[in-house]
Design a protein around this ligand. Structure first.
Ligand SMILES: [Ca+2]
Length: 544
């Protein structure tokens, strides 16, 4: 009932705001939307969230825009992208897990027909819809971006575990047409003089789309980078910028970061830094420390390079005179990755060293990663990682920039939010329409809450708790309370996030009534949202 009221409100405001305007004027008034997604980037990697990595372009967006400090993703690539694109929880779109096999209801592994994508909704709302980058919400032809509402697409339907190559099975498509098959040295067709590097290439094509866009029609552009997901691969020059900067180790860097985060107001003074998961830096050999410095330098370069590319997108919007009336949103799809699990220093740490870097520089796949120890730094001050539903797995920066509307630049908003809110926000700011039926199919009502009120300093009206489930890790957040559990057999933990966002003081035993209340709410949601029954292992269900 509440959702219907919200939609009716949208429709009414749409009528009243545009009454008396010509069609061209109405179109002009609609803002463009540029949605930018990073892959596996930690909560505090970028400068404006207290990170040490140089991100002047994102920092500028934050300085003129708004930063959300308690925004959440859905813990992993596929579920987050499904939720972001549809405004539903991942399982409701049938991407509760990954996209590699059909695991039944909620887990079919590709977007279903009971959801609509941002492409479909914005296209039907009068927008040109364009996407560049990583799709990863199903790769059969019926769910290709070009068949799910995007007028233009350049990128990869599957995972993108490579920067310099196109992996086998992960071909590059342009508008539904395969343009590059697996290749070790793919040609960068827009810049033949340059080496193929995904972050650059995806930006090149996003810029091309902007250049080709019709002037009198608003656009929705989704730029989905694979940076800084493993493997560690970055332009040599950018890596050099960071070499040696990490030789003082992870303990010092975490301490520096938490101080900066407090100063910026990203975190509260009384929140404690979580315990480090890493061994003592000084206990490691000089050679290992040098190699760890090198690995972190490459990771930093991946983010630095992404920031440079975001700068190119912003410059293009400026050149076209569109920046003022474009809502730019930037976020990450999950917390920083500790993959492979239990490997402190990342993939192939003993084999792939500084000395033989030229041999593994572009090996792709599981050739390298920064490992759990550095990921712990990327997720400062939180616990845990990608795939978990503790804050380290699900907390993301969200920067919103929209000069025509966001007037008090540099502010922080501490209201909890979720990637499903992006659909509600896009519909709200674009005066669009979220359908009840689409292509002859009933569409599930959207789950998110519009963030638009926050853009002019008003309060976001969230009515429901936020829920998570991934690989049996689950959580619910309602106001300041969060109940979180590691796996179906795990013990529930209860935290007061207002006083303890780093989840260090478990109040589950002290507050059994709150545990019961939140557990019941989570179960009710899990049944409604096709999360349960779990498909993974039958014996897990006995505990739930
Ligand atoms: Ca990811």
């Amino acid at each position: 009932m509440k959702r219907r009221t919200f939609l009716a409100g949208c429709a009414l405001s749409s009528i009243s705001l545009t009454a008396g305007l010509s069609l061209a004027e109405k179109r002009k008034k609609k803002p463009n939307i540029l949605l930018i997604m990073a892959d596996d980037m930690g909560y505090s990697d970028i400068g404006c969230y207290g990170g040490e990595i140089e991100t002047p372009n994102l920092d500028r967006l934050a300085g003129n825009g708004l930063r959300f400090t308690q925004f959440y993703n859905a813990a992993r690539c596929c579920p987050t992208r499904a939720s972001l694109l549809t405004g539903l929880y991942p399982h409701q779109a049938d991407v509760g897990h990954m996209v590699y096999r059909d695991q039944g209801k909620g887990y079919h592994g590709k977007l279903n027909k009971q959801c609509v994508t941002l492409g479909e909704v914005m296209k039907n709302s009068g927008y040109q819809t364009m996407m560049s980058g990583k799709w990863h919400v199903g790769h059969s032809e019926d769910v290709w971006p070009s068949n799910r509402g995007f007028d233009k697409f350049y990128g990869i339907h599957l995972h993108v575990d490579s920067y310099f190559k196109v992996l086998k099975g992960c071909d590059v498509y342009k508008n539904g047409r395969k343009v590059i098959k697996a290749a070790d040295t793919p040609a960068n067709r827009l810049h033949p003089d340059q080496e193929w590097y995904t972050t650059n290439v995806f930006t090149d094509h996003a810029i091309k789309f902007l250049d080709e866009a019709e002037k009198d029609k608003p656009f929705f552009l989704y730029a989905a980078y694979n940076a800084p997901h493993w493997p560690l691969e970055a332009p040599d020059k950018t890596i050099q910028k960071y070499r040696g900067k990490y030789m003082h180790g992870w303990e010092a860097l975490r301490k520096d970061k938490i101080e900066r985060m407090k100063k910026l107001g990203i975190i509260k003074e009384n929140w404690q830094l979580s315990k480090s998961d890493a061994p003592e830096w000084e206990s490691l050999s000089e050679d290992d420390r040098k190699n760890l410095d090198f690995r972190r330098a490459i990771y930093a370069a991946q983010i630095d390079n992404m920031d440079q590319n975001i700068g190119r997108l912003i410059k293009k919007l400026e050149e076209k005179g569109e920046l003022e009336n474009t809502l730019v949103l930037f976020l990450s799809d999950n917390g920083c990755s500790a993959e492979p699990e239990r490997k402190m220093f990342g993939y192939r740490f003993r084999e792939n060293r500084i000395e033989n870097f030229r041999q593994w520089r572009k090996d792709s796949g599981r050739s390298s990663s920064q490992g759990m120890a550095w990921a712990n730094v990327s997720n400062t001050p939180f616990r845990k990682y990608k795939k978990w539903t503790h804050e380290g797995g699900i907390a993301t920066p969200l920067i919103a920039h929209w000069p025509e509307v966001i007037k008090n630049g540099g502010q922080l908003n501490h209201t909890p939010g979720h990637v499903a809110d992006i659909m509600a926000t896009a519909v709200d700011v674009g005066r669009g329409f979220y359908p009840k039926k689409f292509g002859g199919n009933e569409i599930k009502p959207m789950e998110g809450t519009s963030l638009k009120p926050a853009f002019d300093g008003s309060e976001i009206k969230r009515e429901n708790p936020i829920f998570w489930e991934h690989e049996g890790n689950w959580a619910i957040r309602e106001d300041k309370w969060k109940l979180v559990c590691d796996g179906p057999k795990g013990k529930v933990e209860l935290y007061d996030l207002e006083n303890d966002r780093t989840e260090l003081s478990n109040l589950a035993e002290a507050k059994p009534d709150k545990v019961k209340e939140l557990t019941e709410k989570w179960h009710k949601w899990a049944k409604r949202a096709d999360v349960l029954p779990w498909p993974y292992k039958p014996q897990w269900q006995a505990d739930i």
